[in-house]
Design a protein around this ligand. Structure first.
Ligand SMILES: [Zn+2]
Ligand SMILES: [Zn+2]
Length: 178
């Protein structure tokens, strides 16, 4: 994913729009499955020695629910806005892509192309949820028998409910005795 900067500069501050799409495993995470994919829409402007980039990154990845362990499609949606400063090419032996990688944290750009891969790779990893849920009210697995409580209530749960009622009954009885 790269932007040809002379084309952007020619527009003198006007917005240039680009869109990219592909598979997560090809760009961000080699271990991702075949289905996980992304769409990226970017608007690029050139103002002085600055390259302003606004992007909308959407991905659909395979994730495992932290409660029921089921695999589900998780949507990732990240908007970003960054300013890249153009710096002259220092080392003739380095390709512009090498330099873009080396200076990814400083957000500088050298040469004719702005490479977005490294920036987006970091964005992708930061925007992933640590404890993904297949749905907000996922009931998870029973700690007793391991049954998926989204699909069926297990007998442990019923026993636990009965225990609770017995406990209340006991309180009631001991209250009467006192
Ligand atoms: Zn779940
Ligand atoms: Zn159970």
């Amino acid at each position: 994913m790269r932007i040809f900067l002379p084309g952007v500069k020619q527009k003198k501050g006007e917005a240039c729009k680009y869109s990219f799409q592909g598979k997560i495993k090809d760009y961000f995470d080699a271990e991702a499955d075949d289905e996980s994919s992304f769409v990226l829409e970017v608007t690029v402007r050139s103002i002085g020695d600055k390259i302003m980039v606004e992007g909308d990154f959407q991905a659909e990845i395979e994730a495992n629910c932290c409660r029921c362990l089921r695999t589900f499609k998780q949507r990732i949606n990240s908007d970003f806005s960054e300013v890249f400063t153009q710096t002259p090419l220092l080392d003739k032996k380095s390709t512009p892509e090498d330099l873009a990688l080396e200076t990814a944290n400083q957000l500088t750009v050298s040469g004719d192309f702005l490479y977005l891969n490294e920036y987006l790779r970091q964005l992708f990893f930061l925007s992933q949820v640590y404890n993904p849920l297949c749905k907000p009210d996922c009931r998870g697995l029973c700690a007793g028998c391991g049954a998926d409580l989204n699909r069926n209530a297990c007998s442990c749960e019923k026993e636990a409910q009965i225990d609770l009622r017995l406990l209340k009954l006991k309180d009631f009885q001991s209250g009467n005795q006192a």
